[in-house]
Design a protein around this ligand. Structure first.
Ligand code: HEC
Ligand code: HEC
Length: 325
């Protein structure tokens, strides 16, 4: 039979319906992945002794950093690096302070879960405990089934990390005073911040590395002071610890400055207690020429990058105990 016009219309309608259905299914599973990821992010069962969740170190009120210089692990191992904010983390290609081969957020999340340098959540060698613990919970059974229908709701380290990634991808911060003023085509509200903005994008040359929209170029630079103490030199060489190249020594990824006013202390080792210290610490000629007033202005500008709708968004907060999803 030759298909006639009616057949073709019917087929098109049918395909459109199938397509709409698959979009809807994808949408349902993505929504479930995000909700599941949020639950997992706040769940201390991902740590060896049930004392530590991702959110122990990445607290929403601090734009998902923690206010400490470094944070000890679940078994008391001292931390090595400052906990970074997770603002817009889904937009970064290079993750953490100095790594260039992590494939993405799912892979990165294995570092806190089972990493040993330092031990954070302490699951190294006990990875199978995680699916075992989660499987006992009816809420997780339901959420994994909705989130991973193509894998029959399998609860595994793999699906755990994929769900965490889905949650982390929605941690988008783009509603600061700075963003609002750009959207409305208005100047920043204070004269000091406005002058700071001019310096930041102008003579101070901050934006060559802390470039918009992330306020990070997502690549690595050497801005370390030359007179680093022997102790710091011994513990953390930055990118060269990953690549083994001596030319990568003391090189770190440019951190985002979004919400930076909420994430003290600063630098990869948490060695700069204030934003002002953090700025002055760069070993850059352009920064050495800035006056103390200039730094105050830049500081005021960085404060306009704080996004309180991000730090208070209920979608990112700890979920209710009962599984209302
Ligand atoms: C003990 C504290 C601690 C815990 C618990 C922790 N993190 Fe982190 N997180 C850190 C530190 C410190 C870094 C920086 C590591 C580095 O640069 O080597 C980091 C980095 C990250 C980054 C990279 C951010 C960026 O800007 O590239 C992501 C993403 C992340 N953590 C997600 C998670 C997730 C998901 C969990 C839970 C599975 C978790 N973290 C648990 C301390 C912690
Ligand atoms: C050559 C690239 C480059 C330039 C230019 C630059 N920065 Fe940075 N900045 C970095 C890197 C890399 C780090 C991380 C250093 C570390 O932790 O080892 C950093 C760290 C920071 C931090 C600490 C952020 C945190 O979360 O710990 C602040 C604040 C900062 N820079 C502000 C500025 C300002 C303001 C300017 C201009 C006056 C500027 N930077 C110019 C690359 C740069």
């Amino acid at each position: 039979m030759k298909p006639n016009f009616k057949h073709i219309v019917l087929m098109t309608v049918c395909m459109a319906e199938l397509y709409a259905q698959s979009l809807q299914d994808n949408n349902t599973s993505l929504k479930a992945k995000i909700e599941l990821g949020r639950r997992l992010f706040y769940d201390a069962d991902l740590s060896i002794n049930g004392t530590m969740s991702c959110a122990t170190c990445h607290e929403q009120k601090n734009a998902f950093s923690d206010g400490n210089q470094v944070h000890p692990g679940a078994l008391g191992d001292p931390g090595i690096r400052n906990v970074p904010s997770l603002s817009n983390v889904g937009k970064f290609k290079n993750l953490t302070w100095a790594h260039n081969t992590l494939s993405g957020l799912a892979e990165q999340s294995l570092t806190p879960i089972r990493g040993t340098k330092p031990i954070e959540m302490g699951m190294h060698g006990y990875e199978e405990e995680i699916p075992k613990r989660l499987s006992q919970n009816a809420c997780y059974q339901k959420l994994f089934a909705l989130a991973f229908p193509e894998q029959n709701g399998t609860i595994s380290l793999d699906t755990v990390t994929l769900a965490l990634e889905s949650f982390e991808r929605i941690l988008i911060s783009d509603n600061s005073t700075y963003d609002k003023s750009k959207k409305e085509n208005k100047p920043l509200p204070s004269k000091e911040a406005l002058e700071g903005e001019t310096l930041f994008f102008g003579t101070a040359q901050c934006s060559t590395c802390h470039s918009t929209p992330l306020f990070s170029d997502d690549v690595f630079h050497q801005v370390q002071p030359l007179n680093k103490t022997a102790a710091t030199l011994l513990t953390d060489y930055g990118l060269s610890d990953v690549t083994g190249k001596s030319s990568d020594k003391n090189i770190f990824r440019t951190p985002s400055l979004r919400n930076a006013a909420l994430t003290s202390p600063y630098w990869h080792d948490g060695s700069a207690p204030t934003l002002k210290n953090a700025i002055l610490k760069h070993n850059l000629a352009t920064i050495k020429t800035l006056s103390s007033k200039d730094i105050d202005k830049i500081n005021a500008f960085i404060h306009t990058l704080s996004d309180y709708s991000f730090t208070t968004n209920p979608k990112f907060s700890k979920p209710d105990k009962d599984c209302t999803y």
